[in-house]
Design a protein around this ligand. Structure first.
Ligand code: FE2
Length: 423
């Protein structure tokens, strides 16, 4: 009778531990699936503290693993080791379940806490484009571009950021593109509010389009990004608020969704991109914008063991398309430098210089690199004439650091390269 009771007791204890372990596994899976579904999160798992994110995925298996280890020990006379392992399994289930619920609640709640300021800005609706108002003879279009201002980051140079906004306002481009990492932590309402307030103060009348960078996407930041800069009444040719083309006088502009790399470059985005490039007006230049770079000089991150240069995902996935369809210029941020590069007839620029902490002196120089500025803040002006694209890298006060002129017009002889370092 006692043996029967013991057998029943063991089966019950085993079943109870199994139920809790399965519950912990389900909660852990739900948390990871939700996080993984957010923009940029896959890149975070690949590029950031990968050991931490591996733990978040694998911790769900720990209670089951401990329980499985306890099973063979039940055959032995001494029951203490198997009891202990079952006990550890229960504790692990509790901790894993609680951690998973906590992280899930954090991801869902954080971007929804607080009131996001409704921006009073000239935001560009991609489906409508923007008015071109250049009246300088021969100039069809002027764009200003910068990236990585990182509002809310401790080591950001806020003076440089303000100077750049003022400098852009003074040069009155037809549109100002900021290529992401607007804020340090995308789920922080207060960081977005500070950025919006600065835009409203300094560039209230400049048509503005902002891309979502990896920092903007952090922990559900896509919700705030969309709310602030892609309101419900906006639309795009791709149907996505993160990638689209903008048809305008003087150029076809293509915005790509590459927060860390190709984690969001799915078949849908690729098919859309090919269609846009294939059907683009052959008389206009094609200029593409993205957050993460393609060719770039950089360094090996000692903490993350990741190469922050010549992007090992973006280059093979997208540059063959740029080359096949004659993209003229690709401008990105992500690395906090200014750089001009060229590869297989396509020009590339990196302009992650809007105040975010400067990256270290590069240990790796890209074979495609033509010029770069380290620890220098500023923006890039892109002027389109009837035949040429003129790139001017500006410092934070608007002084030209480097000018490059190249032809895009297919009907004219190409090959002129009027690059001229000015400082
Ligand atoms: Fe950045």
């Amino acid at each position: 009778m006692a043996i029967f009771r013991n057998g029943n007791g063991l089966a019950w204890a085993r079943r109870r531990a199994l139920v809790w372990a399965l519950l912990a596994l389900v909660l852990c899976a739900a948390m990871n699936i939700y996080h993984y579904s957010l923009q940029g999160a896959r890149g975070l798992y690949l590029w950031d503290k990968t050991w931490l994110f591996r733990i978040l995925i694998l911790m769900g298996l720990l209670p089951l693993g401990l329980l499985a280890l306890s099973l063979p020990l039940e055959k032995f006379k001494a029951r203490i080791p198997s009891k202990l392992l079952r006990g550890f399994s229960l504790v692990a289930s509790f901790l894993v379940g609680l951690t998973s619920i906590g992280i899930l609640a954090f991801l869902i709640a954080t971007p929804r806490i607080g009131t996001l300021r409704a921006p009073n800005l000239q935001l560009i609706d991609p489906s409508k484009g923007f008015m071109v108002t250049q009246d300088t003879e021969g100039l069809l279009l002027r764009l200003s571009v910068s990236s990585d201002p990182h509002w809310g980051a401790e080591k950001t140079d806020s003076n440089a950021r303000t100077n750049i906004l003022a400098s852009v306002a003074e040069q009155r481009p037809d549109a100002f593109f900021i290529l992401g990492d607007i804020v340090e932590t995308g789920s922080s309402v207060s960081q977005w509010n500070t950025a919006i307030a600065d835009f409203e103060t300094i560039v209230p009348n400049i048509p503005l389009r902002l891309l979502m960078g990896n920092h903007d996407a952090l922990f559900g930041g896509q919700l705030l990004y969309k709310k602030a800069f892609f309101p419900e009444e906006f639309s795009s040719d791709s149907g996505s608020p993160y990638y689209y083309s903008i048809e305008t006088q003087g150029a076809t502009l293509v915005v790509l969704n590459l927060p860390w790399g190709t984690e969001n470059f799915d078949r849908k985005q690729r098919t859309w991109l090919e269609e846009v490039l294939r059907t683009a007006d052959p008389l206009k230049p094609i200029i593409a914008f993205s957050h993460s770079f393609f060719y770039a000089s950089g360094y090996d991150d000692p903490d993350l063991d990741k190469p922050w240069y010549d992007h090992y995902q973006n280059i093979p996935a997208l540059t063959p398309l740029f080359e096949r369809y004659g993209v003229d210029l690709v401008v990105s941020g992500h690395n906090h430098y200014m750089e001009s590069l060229e590869s297989n007839g396509v020009r590339y620029a990196v302009i992650g210089a809007m105040g975010g902490k400067s990256d270290p002196v590069p240990a790796y120089i890209s074979p495609a690199s033509k010029w770069m500025a380290v620890a220098t803040f500023g923006h890039l002006n892109i002027d389109i004439t009837q035949t040429d694209i003129v790139m001017e890298f500006k410092d934070q006060l608007g002084k030209t650091l480097r000018e490059e002129r190249f032809r895009y017009a297919p009907s004219l002889e190409s090959g002129s390269d009027g690059s001229s370092p000015q400082a």
